[in-house]
Write a protein that binds this ligand. Sequence first.
Ligand SMILES: *Cc1c(COP(=O)(O)O)cnc(C)c1O
Length: 369
Amino acid sequence: MTATAPILLTPGPLTTSAGTRQAMMVDWGSWDERFNQLTASVCEQLLAILNASDSHDCVPLQGSGTFAVEAAIGTLVPRDGKVLVLINGAYGKRLARICDVLGRDFSTFETAEDEPTAAADVDRLLHADPAITHVALIHCETSTGILNPLPQIADVVKNHGKRLIIDAMSSFGALAIDARKVPFDALIAASGKCLEGVPGMGFVFANKQALAVAQGNCHSLAMDLFDQHSYMAKTGQWRFTPPTHVVAALHEALVQYQEEGGLPARHQRYARNCQALLDGMAELGLRSFLPAAIQAPIIVTFHAPQDPRYQFKDFYERVKAKGFILYPGKLTQVETFRVGCIGHVDAPGMRAAVKAIAEVLQAMHVLDV
Ligand SMILES: *Cc1c(COP(=O)(O)O)cnc(C)c1O
């Protein structure tokens, strides 16, 4: 893979290919028929990744991923609904915060940051509180890289006749989710994560029946996915100014996604990236925070070196000077840093990053290797 400096080893924005960036060199008009075809083609391809073409509508929305999450909750949870929010990290906490700000009743269930939510707990909580109408969870909690057991939780939610909202922002496109087997009302993702587009739009896969009865739920004009979808279904156009360059880049990124071999190939490349990273860092004596069994091949949290000469800012700047952007940790209890495995990067790229980290830690006199 052709390297572009610096390589972003972060959970988005992330490194894109030259071809994807090149696709942004056209100024599309929002009335241009060909641009509207780009949007329609993007939505069709996205639905196909989930096997959701018959069951769900793809509703794209301007903004970062959180905008789409907020729009999904605002549109699909009725004002008298109640959401059970499953939390084991910062993005789960954000779901609860969204419910709070939108004035939707909610309760939370929180486990430790290295403990996946157990389906049995969801079962118990749904038995205990019949007022709950929706369950919301994070598939891969990007604040650590932990994977939550989505299919098991989805079964429990379905057995209780409740509805599921999934933030699959950092996993969609790389970890398989089959809408024919995993029932959900909404699954949310964005352009600038595992699809390797540029950031700027999110999309919500909304169950067709659930969306059809969602008129008037939303607290907001711009975030109303019912309106966004009806307008697009009627006109083929975005309701307000579309992120034209972002759509064009995502269209090109999807061409490359298919050329690479679709989801299985994307998953394998990220899994190889993750393994190369874990192996290389273990050789340096740097321990990952999560056990392998619950580590998604998306982003890895490492314990910071136990050495007073280690400071994240200094470490970050020095690694950046060598062409790699790392990410700070997001844990409250332990000092950590994170390295992403996603984006237009492969295993040799990850090994080059590990080499840069080794050189930096040596120069900081943190490592004796
Ligand atoms: C990236 C991400 C989001 C969205 O974050 P934005 O900064 O709004 O793009 C939401 N949930 C998860 C799990 C994510 O990884």
